[in-house]
Design a binder for this molecule. Structure first.
Ligand code: MG
Length: 412
């Protein structure tokens, strides 16, 4: 027998789970001012960037619209459409309650982790834009205010011949000198040409030497002008990761990212605790619960949540707060359009332990065209002071780059 989605959508259906709808919680009372507003619609559209960016819009009866973005993932727009009935009639200012409401309602379908959390993240970001516009404050103000006026951005780099140390060094030089970044990241899971069998995750000594040559070439090329991190994309065995990290201890590595697969926090902790090279992880776990053991067991030196995937802006702030109790800095993973990138900057200014926000689209020359404002300039994001996220979609640019078959948002 199939699932009765109509019952699942019915906001009046009987649930045994904790029900956080406004009706149950008594939050619907009109208290005047900005609280006298209700959600009337939720829409999505997808832009064909270097990843498929799912843009989300939440509409209200006040005519004010909030824009957010979810990380890419199959089925995210459909999941957002499924959650729409749980948002209609709700007060968009109750961001935290609505987030928990969606987590609860979607629990049976998998809101522990994965694309359901990603879909909720996109809605949550849109709610921050919306609430900021209603209250006429920038989104960072909803998160506790500012630590800094601008957030540092690191540029994820690719060299044409990635296995050649000199090609990586040349690209580093170009990104520092021509694009103005003082923080970079290069891939270290590149092939050396000497691999025997990548499935067993073992690194032979010539492979470790080749990776060390890449690290040395890049860090020596940029010298004091830039910090450089290196990403391993969950590639290596625990023992190989420890040998690689140990070999890199004399090099100037900002952090070494995801040396081992993401699902075993014990292995992650083992690598981190046996080397002085800072180890980063986090982009493949979801919600504060997914990050809890990584932080409580000090299995990372740098935590790297992906905001429009992990649960959104407040969830990222909560992860950052937990990280801060262990004095762990936050380097937000980010492969998004300007919308979620700016959302990351709002969180980055509201938390004490922001290290940097990633930029993953420097090869896409129209990335910045999606919004009317300039977002990244000389390796920094100046945190907007306009209400909400402080960026406005350029609908002509969005229309030009829509995924085939997608439609533009409707007017408010
Ligand atoms: Mg990574």
């Amino acid at each position: 027998m199939g699932i009765d989605y109509e019952t699942l959508r019915d906001p009046n259906a009987e649930y045994t789970m904790r029900d956080l709808s406004a009706e149950t919680m008594g939050c619907r009372a009109k208290r005047g001012g900005g609280r006298d507003v209700e959600i009337t619609d939720v829409q999505t559209t997808m832009v064909d960037g270097n990843f498929p960016w799912t843009l989300v819009r939440v509409y209200t009866d006040a005519g004010i619209v909030g824009t957010g973005e979810a990380y890419w993932g199959a089925g995210v727009p459909e999941l957002i459409a499924r959650m729409k009935p749980f948002l209609l009639g709700e007060n968009p200012l109750d961001i935290d309650r609505l987030y928990e409401h969606l987590i609860q309602r979607m629990s049976g379908e998998g809101s522990l982790a994965g694309v359901t959390v990603t879909a909720i993240s996109g809605i949550e970001v849109a709610l921050h834009d919306l609430a900021g516009k209603i209250l006429e404050v920038p989104a960072y103000q909803l998160l506790g205010g500012k630590y800094r006026d601008e957030v540092r951005v690191y540029c994820d780099c690719h060299a044409g011949e990635e296995r050649e140390p000199a090609a990586n060094a040349d690209e580093a030089e170009r990104v520092v000198e021509d694009l103005g970044y003082d923080a970079l990241k290069f891939d270290l899971d590149v092939r050396s040409g000497g691999e025997k069998d990548r499935a067993n995750r073992h690194l032979r000594n010539p492979e470790i030497e080749h990776k060390t040559e890449i690290v040395r070439a890049v860090t020596e090329a940029v010298g004091d002008r830039a910090d450089v991190a290196f990403d391993c994309h969950w590639s290596f065995s625990t023992g190989s990761a420890k040998r690689l990290a140990s070999t890199l201890e004399d090099e100037d590595v900002w952090w070494l990212e995801d040396p081992v697969p993401p699902e075993n926090h014990d292995a992650q902790r083992e690598v981190t605790r046996t080397t002085t090279v800072p180890i980063a992880a986090g982009e493949n776990v979801y919600r504060k619960h997914g990050h809890r053991r990584l932080l409580e067991e000090q299995a990372v030196d740098v935590i790297a949540p992906d905001l429009p995937k992990v649960g959104g802006m407040r969830e990222t702030r909560k992860i950052a707060d937990l990280a801060d109790t262990y004095y762990v800095p936050v380097a937000m993973h980010n492969v998004s359009s300007p919308v979620a990138t700016v959302a990351a900057a709002h969180v980055g200014t509201a938390i004490p332990n922001s290290l940097a926000v990633e930029f993953h689209s420097y090869e896409l020359d129209w990335w910045g065209d999606l919004v009317e404002e300039t977002v990244i300039e000389a390796g920094r994001i100046e945190v907007p002071e306009e209400p909400g996220l402080g960026v406005t979609l350029d609908m002509d640019a969005v229309a030009e780059h829509l995924v085939d078959g997608e439609d533009l948002f409707e007017e408010a």
